[in-house]
Design a protein around this ligand. Structure first.
Ligand code: EPU
Length: 461
């Protein structure tokens, strides 16, 4: 796990020991208003997209979660100069001196999202050497759609057990049809196409809000992109792209976690920045459970007032605008205490029900058949020692712990810190009893920080 510690002129990344854990105690009904940070899944790809430009870009609303820190390290390893001000959520990236196109196994294995630099590197250098990503706990997560379509655009790709070598003197615009609207494949092809002569079309593209935020960034850079129904993105290649300034969209997954935290404790919460359109089906299901949801003008700002005895609801995960797979586990925690039987079907990832076993340790009544979980609500959950297996599972277990009787101790908290930037502090500010106990091992200095925040304005686009 990584943690930033601010010193006078340096930022340190601390690698915490394996015995770090989160302790969760029964929590009262959470009450309050919370500011959201920027979306991790938008900022990761947006940082990668800066490789398409040469110069200094400035991103605000950047979460200091560990995946973001890994992406910063990756960019540094390619030659980018980075200044990160985690308390201000401000990131400056200067890509003028990027000279490398190789991503090491060390970086790749820490974060699969590293594959997102492949498109920008191919566009910038005509070359990308990337360590092969392995499987991961939520499924095998292949990158065949990325590779197949880079090949279609003219890249020569050699794959060995440990490395991918891609070469393309010139990429060619193509009509790309994705057999599944993969978020990563859409983003990778989209970025490569911005500097590819001609018009590239991506049919059956992912149109998640994070993909749309990337498109907004690419347009600010000078890219020519249109999005049309049904889920088709067209990109007319340009000669060069300019550095940008951009505020990352609010994190709908942090918003979901906070709404569920209020729901599971019987509280009420207001998220002034939350964008309702980015989570409509999720909000619909919260309403079907009986919770009151109030959406602000123009769909911005969400209030949840919890019902005392929520009802069971069923859903299946799907690409946007369906129910997000990343909210499936946290929602399941709430359903463990709902009246009746809920059926949750995971369709996006092949193995994303590992949190079921941990929730069962807390007294949840859940049966699993293939990719479906049948959850029969119980009157009480009980604190237990549990293990987080992925980012969203960690969230589910913390939520369950807040509503359980007795103490919960969750290990595997590197997943929590990969995906959330200080969510525990936001929960505590609302009244939750959640404490991170972090062991402290080796520290490594990775970021230099100037004395002041005196930053030259980015060029206007
Ligand atoms: N897939 C393939 N071949 C490919 C690409 C994807 O078979 O070449 C499959 C995957 O194995 C999966 C499905 O397609 O079963 C969807 O994968 P997708 O490519 O859409 O996911 P991703 O780009 O790898 C991003 C998010 C995930 C989020 C998914 C779905 C980032 C960095 N990650 O992953 O976020 O669950 O989209 O919305 O943006 C998380 O934040 O906890 C997380 C896992």
């Amino acid at each position: 796990m990584l943690r930033i510690i601010k010193k006078q002129k340096k930022l340190k990344v601390k690698i915490m020991s394996q015995n770090s854990y989160i302790a969760v105690e029964p929590s009262p009904a959470l009450q309050g208003t919370v500011e959201l940070v920027g979306a991790k899944n938008a900022v990761l790809v947006i940082i990668a997209s800066l490789l398409l430009t040469k110069g200094k870009s400035r991103l605000t609303n950047v979460p200091a979660s560990d995946d973001v820190l890994q992406m910063i390290k990756l960019m540094q390893s390619l030659g980018a100069e980075i200044f990160f001000y985690p308390n201000e959520h401000l990131l400056e990236v200067d890509t003028s001196q990027v000279t490398k196109w190789q991503v090491s196994a060390d970086i790749m294995k820490k974060m699969r999202a590293s594959i997102l630099v492949m498109g920008p590197l191919l566009a910038r250098f005509g070359k990308a050497d990337i360590a092969a990503p392995g499987g991961c706990v939520i499924g095998t997560r292949p990158i065949d759609y990325h590779l197949k379509n880079f090949k279609k655009m003219g890249a020569l790709i050699e794959e060995s057990a440990d490395y991918l070598t891609a070469r393309a003197d010139l990429l060619h615009a193509q009509r790309i049809v994705l057999e599944y609207p993969s978020v990563g494949a859409t983003e990778n092809v989209l970025m490569a196409a911005t500097l590819t002569h001609g018009v590239t079309t991506i049919v059956n593209a992912a149109i998640e809000p994070e993909v749309l935020d990337l498109i907004m960034v690419l347009r600010k850079m000078g890219a020519k992109i249109t999005v049309e129904a049904p889920a088709t993105i067209s990109i007319e290649g340009v000669i060069s792209l300019q550095p940008i300034e951009h505020a990352i969209i609010p994190d709908r997954l942090e918003a979901g976690a906070l709404l569920l935290a209020a729901a599971i404790t019987g509280g009420s919460i207001y998220l002034p920045q939350a964008q309702a359109y980015s989570m409509d089906v999720f909000l619909l299901k919260l309403e079907e459970m009986g919770h009151e949801i109030i959406v602000g003008p123009q769909g911005i700002g969400i209030t949840l007032k919890a019902i005392k005895e929520p009802r069971a609801v069923s859903f299946k995960t799907a690409p946007y605008p369906g129910f997000p797979t990343d909210l499936q586990a946290p929602m399941m925690a709430a359903l463990c205490l709902a009246q009746g039987t809920s059926i949750v079907e995971e369709t996006v990832f092949e193995n994303r029900l590992l949190h079921v076993r941990e929730l069962q340790k807390m007294g949840a009544q859940i049966k699993v058949e293939h990719n479906k979980a049948f959850i029969t609500g119980v009157d009480k959950l009980y604190g237990a020692s549990v293990i987080a297996t992925d980012i969203r599972a960690s969230c589910a277990l913390v939520l369950a712990g807040m509503a359980a009787e007795g103490s919960t101790v969750m290990t595997g908290i590197h997943h929590w810190t990969r995906g959330y930037d200080g969510l525990e502090n936001k929960l505590m500010a609302l009244g939750a009893h959640v404490t991170v106990y972090a062991g402290q091992d080796d520290a490594a200095v990775v970021f230099a920080q100037p004395d002041t925040l005196n930053i030259a304005p980015a060029p206007r686009n």
